[in-house]
Structures are given as structure tokens and as C-alpha cells.
Design a protein around this ligand. Structure first.
Ligand code: SF4
Length: 479
């Protein structure tokens, strides 16, 4: 008898929990193509070995898919590297099952070869998961040899004598059917994580020097049909989820599509039933767009601002200016949309005065809150990584974190401009000077902790009924 059983495992253990959107989307398509799919969600597990053993004993799976959403928490002050824990999970799976293990997820796509070797998995998937996973399952079911797989499937990582990696597949999202969103327990994620999640597009065409999103999702933006997006939102509302996060890299790119989507959300009265949040670029952003956002139920926006200093913005490959930030601040205030400015300090060319310029000017724009990242996590394949390699990695004075035996940037490693160095934390915090709107750095559970990972105050607040984006909840409990 053909084995159609597929197990997906969520290895993302971050609390508060974030719904495994990718697994939900991939699982939905596989189910429609005749596979029986189960999800083992380790985020809700109290005993990981027990739950894996229970699932795998007496069950035979054609394949086991394991997602890797992030390799680490991207936070200079904590540098929590997740992969050792995931390696333990893989070891337990191996103990109870011979089924091939397939890795995927955004974190995997960034450093695929290093991760698959580290975890000793059988296959991996980079780029879009849906079609590649389906084709790989078919190949495994038909007992095809790995050398045949290599010729036929985009985005697959596999082993012949050594691991090989195929070009990622980025497909038109118009081909994907409406996902059921029934695989993950989205209601529980809402209750314990404060929000539901959805995406309207994948990819980004911009070239910010540090950003791995175009490597993960492609360097062209591919949008979903607007009707499919609004039906999926209605589905989440029917499940009792009324706070939603749009997980697009930048919701307002391209703005024509986003404007059409907002109009549809307004016309179908969905905007009256939900409050939602998203990431956006400071440009493009205009009065008509802000007005539509408000009518469509937008509660808050996290703007990737990075800096206010023109030279630093140019070095980072950003295309906005301080005037653009002033425009965003004015319009969000006018339409009563909460807005966070996320700063990324310490990049190429950063020095004390440029940080002071940024902090002073951001204070004047009166955002709802400000997130600060000290240093920039370096990812392979980015322009920032290429600059570092040119500057002779071993002696590079701009690198902090795992600088030894880490030339592939696999473990957490951060760029902090030599001119400011590790004084960045103390110096920046002195400039913030107790301004409550700023989430400054801390690794403990004080009210200064802006790291969402294992943030007990945040978990407690959600348990007590707070809903929405983590930054919005934090700023509410900080005041
Ligand atoms: S930071 Fe935003 S705008 Fe820049 S490349 Fe990444 S997703 Fe695109």
C-alpha cells in the first residue's frame, strides 16, 4: 500500500508563540494533493521527547518536514542560537523513525548547506515550500534516486556524495489555492501569542545591504490574489481571531496592490471586525494611503527606519530621508495609527554623532515607540557579508559575537562599526536618557527588554488579555 502519511514538525519554541504560517500553507497544499498530513507542534509541548516518541512509535511516515523559522534571535545582547536545540530534536526523531527528514523555513533558506550538515538531515527546501515539497514527496514515494531528484526539482537540497543545492523556486502565488488554515491551532496561537498571521505577498526588490528577505523569498514581489487574501482573513475571523499581523516584508510595497487590498477590506466590511498590524517601509506613504489604512482597521505599523542620518541611510542602501519619516509621523498621528520606528544602529560608517543625530531627531517625531537593535546580524549572501569578506574576515574590527570559525555567518555574528564598537549599548542608552518610548537593550525581564524571545512580561500580558503586535503590548504595559 502507498504511504501517504506526512508529518510536519514545528521546531520554533519561541514564547510568546508565533503561528507557523509556512507550515500551515505548505500543509494545506499537500493535503489537497492527496497526502494525509499531521502537525506535531513542539511549541505547545511540555515534554518534547515524549511527544515525538508518542507520535512516531507505531506510525510510519513517508517523510517528516521540520521548519526552521530563525537560526537565532538576531539580538546582539542575547545571541540565542536556536540550532543546538533543533539538533536535539532531530536526534530524538532519528531515535524513533527512519523516515527521511526534510528541512525548510526562512531560517533554513539563509544558510541551507551549513544547517543541513549540522543537523544531518536528508533533504532541505529553499525558496517557496509548497511546490518543491510536493514534488519531493512524489519522488520519495516513487523511490527515485537522489541523482534524479537533482535534475527535476527546483529548491531542493539533497545528498549524493556530498550535499548539493538547486536554484530556489519562486512561483506565482496566483497558482496557490485558498489555504484552509486548519493544520496549526491558530486559535490557540491567538490566545497565547496575541495575534493571527497572514501574508499577502512574498519577496522584495530593494537592496538594503543587510536584509536576507530577498534571499529567502526572492528579489521580485509576488502578490496573492486580493480575493484569496480577504477570504483567508474571513476564515481567521470565523475562528475567533480578530487581531492579525500581515507578515509581508513590507506591506506598502507595491503601493498599488496594497491600496487595492485596503479598498477591498473596506468594501467587504472586514476592517470593522479586525485590528491589524504590519511592517512598512517609510516610503511610499501618503495621505490617501494613511486614510485607507485607518478605515481598513490598521491599528499599528512597524516602520523599518534604521537611522535618521542621511549618510548612514545611504550606506545601508535605504531610500528614505528624515523628511519621509516626518511625513509618516505626521500622517500616522493625524489618522490615529500607532507607529513604531525600528532603528538599526552600528552599521557601516556609524559613529557617535550619527547615533546622536538619529536619537535626537526620532524623539522630535514623537513615535508611539522606538525599537533599538545594537549592531546588525550579518547573513551570508547579503551585500554586508560581501563587504566584510573583502575586509579580511579574521581581522575585521567591526565584528562581534561568534567571530571564530564562523566565516559563513552560520552562528550569530554582528557588525558594529569600529568607530563606536561595543560602547554602542551604553552610549545609545545614555542618549535615550530614560525616554519611555524607547525599548532599549536588556537581556533580563525588566521593562527594558525589547527582545520578544522568552519575554515573560509579554507572555504575562497576553495571558491577562492584551492582544496585538508585541511592540504595541510592550508599550502599553511600559507606560
Ligand atoms: S529591509 Fe525591507 S525594503 Fe529593504 S530589502 Fe529588506 S524587505 Fe526590502
Amino acid at each position: 500500500m502507498t504511504n501517504n502519511q506526512v508529518l510536519l514538525i514545528n521546531s520554533n519554541l519561541i514564547k510568546p508563540p508565533v503561528a507557523p504560517l509556512g507550515l500551515d500553507y505548505v500543509g494545506s497544499i499537500i493535503i489537497r494533493n492527496g497526502f494525509n498530513v499531521e502537525l506535531l507542534d513542539l511549541n505547545f509541548s511540555e515534554n518534547i521527547e515524549y511527544d515525538i516518541r508518542k507520535k512516531l512509535t507505531n506510525n510510519s511516515f513517508l517523510a517528516i518536514g521540520l521548519n526552521i523559522r530563525n537560526t537565532d534571535d538576531c539580538y546582539y545582547l542575547s545571541q540565542d542560537f536556536f540550532l543546538p536545540k533543533i539538533r536535539d530534536i532531530v536526534a530524538v526523531i532519528r531515535k524513533y523513525s527512519d523516515s527521511p527528514i526534510i528541512l525548510g523555513g526562512g531560517g533554513f533558506s539563509v544558510v541551507p548547506l551549513e544547517i543541513i550538515k549540522y543537523l544531518k538531515a536528508d533533504y532541505g527546501i529553499i525558496g517557496d515550500g509548497e511546490i518543491t515539497f510536493l514534488r519531493l514527496l512524489d519522488s520519495i514515494r516513487n523511490s527515485k534516486k537522489n541523482s534524479d531528484i537533482s535534475e527535476n526539482i527546483k529548491g531542493v537540497v539533497f545528498k549524493v556524495s556530498d550535499y548539493k543545492i538547486m536554484e530556489p523556486g519562486y512561483y506565482s502565488l496566483k497558482e496557490y489555492p485558498l489555504p484552509d488554515r486548519d493544520l496549526a491551532d491558530n486559535k490557540r496561537y491567538f490566545i497565547e501569542g496575541g495575534m493571527g498571521a497572514i501574508e499577502t505577498k512574498r519577496g522584495c526588490y530593494r537592496k538594503c545591504i543587510y536584509c536576507a528577505d530577498p534571499l529567502i523569498k526572492g528579489s521580485n514581489i509576488r502578490v496573492r490574489p486580493i480575493n484569496t487574501v480577504t477570504k483567508e482573513i474571513k476564515n481567521l475571523i470565523d475562528k475567533g481571531i480578530n487581531y492579525i499581523h500581515f507578515c509581508d516584508s513590507e506591506f506598502n510595497l507595491p503601493i498599488d496592490y496594497s491600496t487595492n487590498l485596503l479598498n477591498q477590506i473596506i468594501d467587504t466590511n472586514i476592517g470593522d471586525k479586525i485590528k491589524w498590524y504590519s511592517y512598512m517601509s517609510p516610503v511610499p506613504f501618503n495621505e490617501n494611503f494613511a486614510k485607507l489604512l485607518k478605515h481598513a482597521g490598521c491599528e499599528g505599523i512597524n516602520f523599518g527606519v534604521d537611522s535618521a542620518n542621511p549618510k548612514i541611510l545611504k550606506n545601508l542602501g535605504r531610500n528614505h530621508t528624515l523628511d519621509d519619516l516626518a511625513n509618516v509621523a505626521k500622517l500616522c498621528s493625524k489618522y490615529k495609527i500607532k507607529f513604531m520606528f525600528d532603528l538599526l544602529l552600528g552599521g557601516p560608517g556609524e559613529y557617535k554623532d550619527s547615533i546622536k543625530y538619529t536619537i535626537d531627531n526620532i524623539k522630535k517625531l514623537n513615535p508611539t515607540c522606538v525599537g533599538i537593535s545594537y549592531g546588525i546580524r550579518v547573513y551570508p549572501g547579503t551585500y554586508l557579508a560581501s563587504i566584510i569578506n573583502r575586509e579580511f574576515f579574521p581581522n575585521n574590527k567591526n565584528l562581534y559575537g561568534n567571530v571564530k570559525d564562523n566565516t559563513n555567518f552560520f552562528k550569530p555574528i554582528f557588525y558594529i562599526s569600529e568607530e563606536i564598537g561595543k560602547d554602542i549599548v551604553e552610549y545609545t542608552n545614555s542618549l535615550v536618557s530614560g525616554d519611555k518610548r524607547f525599548f532599549i537593550g536588556a537581556t533580563d525581564n525588566s521593562d527594558k527588554n525589547y527582545n520578544y524571545n522568552e519575554n515573560l512580561r509579554l507572555q504575562e500580558a497576553i495571558k491577562n488579555g492584551y492582544r496585538g503586535a508585541f511592540w504595541d503590548i510592550l508599550q502599553q504595559i511600559n507606560f
